[in-house]
Ligand binder design. Structure first.
Ligand SMILES: NCc1[nH]cc(CCC(=O)O)c1CC(=O)O
Length: 311
């Protein structure tokens, strides 16, 4: 019998995905007992627009510190909230099967981005989504928005925003039945790791790793390792709004990446394929091609756009 304590944020999305993980683990490990410990993170307490909080892992750090210190056995995160580099004594112990990766546009009428009325106000906290919206509808005012998924949807219902952009995975996991328009992946390539869950544990905790691996999905792992390798390149250099999405087809993995200038007027697109046995190599090759295509110059108007967006 193994009694394990796991950590997660207290948001409805975090608890929904944590309960799903526990159910899946119990199916494969019936002799395990699980206790949930909710932990507040900076992202839960700091109400500023996300892009002004210059800290990596604002939804993850405090929980992974509890794993690292041995206060809990593992942490369940939305994978896209996990920085590309973990604390020294931690590993990404399990990546279960991925949910949908696309974004959705939520408005009162469930219309597409092209059908939204002129000069509408659309809420998102993601610089990537803001840039992608502005490329299609330069008349739309993108306004930052905070709060959990349910709160944001209420802000559309109350008319505070004409629309918001969220991840399909989030509304699916919570089971919210709200009118929405699926945004096409080619126009809205998602954040690296979007739609996936990442379970972090200690690198020397073999028994917990063996138990977690019982719900690992190999194709999801391959795809996100390519995406995260690319992210590591972007984080280590300059901060850019990028979309990246890995797809496994047979023995190959294909990584599609788009990097944007902050005003959205320029972009660099890279598509790399390689052996699914070495997704890091594919991620690195994509990063090398981004560099060769001049990603460094895209950072030029980054600061100006932020000030404008923060008005
Ligand atoms: N902290 C934001 C966050 N982290 C994960 C998701 C969505 C679910 C996912 O990508 O797995 C969200 C909300 C959103 O982007 O709509």
């Amino acid at each position: 019998m193994m009694n394990l304590v796991l950590g997660t944020r207290g948001s409805q999305l975090s608890l929904a995905q944590t309960n799903w993980v526990i159910e899946e683990l119990k199916k494969k490990n019936p002799d395990c007992q699980f206790e949930i410990k909710t932990i507040k993170t900076k992202g839960d307490t700091d109400a500023r627009p996300l892009f002004t909080i210059d800290q990596k892992g604002i939804f993850e750090k405090e929980i992974d510190k509890a794993v690292s210190d041995g206060q809990i056995d593992f942490a369940v995160h939305s994978l896209k909230d996990i920085p590309s580099v973990l604390m020294d004594n931690l590993v990404l112990g399990c990546v279960p099967i991925r949910e949908a990766v696309n974004d959705v546009l939520i408005t009162k009428d469930g219309v597409s981005l092209r059908e939204v009325p002129s000069n509408s106000v659309i809420g998102t906290s993601s610089l990537r989504r803001a840039v992608q919206i502005s490329r299609i509808r330069s008349d739309i005012k993108v306004k930052s928005i905070r709060g959990n998924i349910e709160t944001r949807i209420k802000k559309v219902e109350s008319g505070q925003y004409d629309g918001i952009v969220l991840a399909q995975a989030g509304i699916n996991r919570i089971g919210i039945d709200v009118r929405h328009y699926d945004l096409p992946i080619n126009e809205f390539p998602p954040s690296p790791g979007q739609g996936a869950i990442g379970i972090v544990c200690r690198s020397d905790d073999t028994s917990t790793q063996v138990m977690l691996k019982t719900i690992e999905d190999q194709n999801t792992r391959t795809a996100i390792e390519a995406e995260r390798t690319l992210s590591e390149f972007v984080d280590s250099g300059c901060r850019f709004p990028i979309g990246a999405y890995g797809k496994v087809e047979g023995s190959m993995v294909e990584l599609n990446v788009v990097a944007y200038s902050i005003d959205g007027k320029e972009s660099i697109t890279v598509k790399k394929s390689g052996s699914a046995l070495d997704p890091h190599q594919v991620g690195k090759q994509a990063a090398d091609e981004l560099r060769a295509k001049g990603i460094a110059k895209l950072a030029a108007n980054w600061r100006k756009k932020l000030e404008e967006w923060n008005k």
